[in-house]
Design a binder for this molecule. Structure first.
Ligand SMILES: NC(=O)c1ccc[n+]([C@@H]2O[C@H](COP(=O)([O-])OP(=O)(O)OC[C@H]3O[C@@H](n4cnc5c(N)ncnc54)[C@H](O)[C@@H]3O)[C@@H](O)[C@H]2O)c1
Length: 261
């Protein structure tokens, strides 16, 4: 069943074939979507992202550079998208950044103003900036679905997650305010709170190695989340199956978040 046939949109955040965004793109493509992509500026990043997308069977992908920390890059990427595609039905925000020097247990107190600001800027503010740029394009399609990736560290203290937890709390709250303002335009905004997955971003947080083992023993589903689990939920959020859902944070973590201890 192709839940996304006839839908097209932009996926931001594929670094390689382990990225959450890669798994989301895989699921979207399997459901008949047309996907466009961005990569971090630079030849190496472009090569890495292109190779990952091509491994999904997409030849000659629509791929433009974008550093989400630069307003002009965001504007250019969305302008190019708007010129190339008649509609934007979905937008996937799957990016985050924090200085890895402060992502280890006991280091939160060392976070400088600049480190704090840049983590919240790249990981949370960008959802707002992308949504603003997407709004007029989504209006052409009569609405759309915007989604971002969060983590349980937004709600509870996860050792070492530190300023990224602050940024994720800001991201989730940003999603709710956006959902409220964009709802009348039939634009839905939701977050997926994904379980721990071994990716480049996850490796920046010290001490996460033990998470997998603990999850396997204690999670209600007695296993770690797989990228495909998040991909399937993203399809649900992009599709009409979730037509009445907005402003939510959906946990896809094999149930870890319901545990008290
Ligand atoms: N891996 C996990 O355990 C986990 C769990 C829950 C949520 N998440 C979230 O999922 C999202 C994707 O992370 P991932 O785990 O797939 O890791 P990843 O390293 O594969 O992806 C992170 C992406 O962020 C991009 N990025 C960083 N700074 C950027 C900037 N200035 N401009 C544009 N792009 C930038 C990187 O290029 C990369 O593509 C992040 O929001 C992350 O916090 C990850």
């Amino acid at each position: 069943m192709a839940l996304l046939a006839g839908k097209s949109g932009l996926i931001i955040g594929i670094a390689n074939d382990r990225s959450y965004a890669w798994h989301i793109a895989k699921a979207f493509l399997e459901h008949g979507a047309t996907c466009a992509f961005t990569h971090l500026p630079g030849e190496r990043s472009e090569h890495r992202t292109r190779r990952a997308i091509e491994s999904l069977g997409v030849t000659n992908p629509w791929l433009v550079p974008m550093d989400a920390g630069k307003d002009e890059d965001i504007a250019t990427a969305f302008e190019k998208y708007a010129a190339a595609f008649p509609r934007m039905d979905f937008l996937v925000h799957s990016i985050a950044f924090a200085d890895r020097d402060i992502l280890s247990p006991g280091k939160f107190i060392n976070t400088t103003r600049a480190q704090y600001t840049s983590a919240v800027d790249i990981s949370a503010y960008t959802l707002l900036a992308f949504a603003r740029a997407a709004r007029p394009i989504m209006a052409r399609s009569g609405g759309g679905s915007i989604m971002g990736m969060s983590y349980y560290g937004a709600d509870k203290v996860v050792p070492g997650y530190n300023v990224m937890g602050v940024a994720k709390a800001a991201l989730e709250c940003t999603g709710r305010y956006l959902a409220s303002e964009l709802g009348p335009d039939k634009i839905r905004v939701n977050l997926i709170s994904g379980g721990y997955l071994r990716t480049l971003a996850a490796s920046a947080v010290a001490g996460t190695d033990s998470i997998s083992e603990r999850v396997e023993q204690q999670a209600p589903l007695r296993r770690n989340v797989e990228g495909a689990d998040v991909g399937k939920t993203a399809v649900y959020l992009a599709s009409d199956l979730s037509s009445g859902v907005t402003g939510e944070t959906v946990f896809v973590d094999c149930g870890v978040n319901i545990l008290g201890a």
